[in-house]
Design a protein around this ligand. Sequence first.
Ligand SMILES: C[S@@+](CC[C@H](N)C(=O)[O-])C[C@H]1O[C@@H](n2cnc3c(N)ncnc32)[C@H](O)[C@@H]1O
Length: 184
Amino acid sequence: MELGAIPVGHGSAQLLTVLARAINAKAVVEVGTGAGVSGLAMTRGMAPDGVLTSIDLETMNQSAAREAFLAAGLSNRQFRLIAGAATDILPNLRDAAYDMVFVDADKLEYVEYVAQAQRLLRVGGLLVVDNALWHNKVADETNEDDETVIIREALEVIREDDGLIASLLPVSDGLLVAVKTDTQ
Ligand SMILES: C[S@@+](CC[C@H](N)C(=O)[O-])C[C@H]1O[C@@H](n2cnc3c(N)ncnc32)[C@H](O)[C@@H]1O
C-alpha cells in the first residue's frame, strides 16, 4: 500500500515529509545520507526552491542516493551531497541558516551532531533525531552500551536546552523532534 509515493510502514519517512512541509523548509541538513530514503522523504515536503544538504562518509551511499533522487525527478539544484565525516563538515555550515536538521549517522557522535544542530538552526527550525529509542535500549537503565549511553546523553542535552522544545515520537525506532525557540 502506498501513501503518496511513500510506502506505508516507513513511518518515520512519512513524518519527515510532514515535518518539512509544515515549516515549508527551504534549507535542510541531513547527517547520514544512506541510500537516500529519508532525504527523499524530506525533499517531498520541502519548498520547491529548497535545498537538501546531506552528509555521508560513504561515497557509495551518496551515489545510490543521487541515483534515487534523480530517478524520483529531483533536479541537481534541489540537493547537495557532501562526502566526509560529519564532525568535519558540519562546522563549515553557516549559523542559523537552516530550517531543519535531521540526525541519522554515527550514534557515537550524536552529542556533537546535536551541538552543531543547535548552532545551525534558525529560530523556529526543527531538530529531528532518529533512533531516539534505539531498539528500546535508551529507556532501559541497565543498558550501558556505548551507543545507548551517547544517545541518552544527546537527548539529555536537548531536554536541558531552554532554547529547544522537544517531543519524543514513538514512530519506528523513535523520532525526537525539537523546535528551536528564541529563548537562550
Ligand atoms: C542509518 S544510515 C542513514 C540512513 C538515511 N538517513 C535514510 O534513512 O535513508 C547512516 C549513514 O551514516 C553514515 N555515517 C556513519 N558515520 C558517519 C560519519 N561519522 N559522518 C558522516 N556519515 C556517517 C553511514 O555511511 C550511513 O550511510
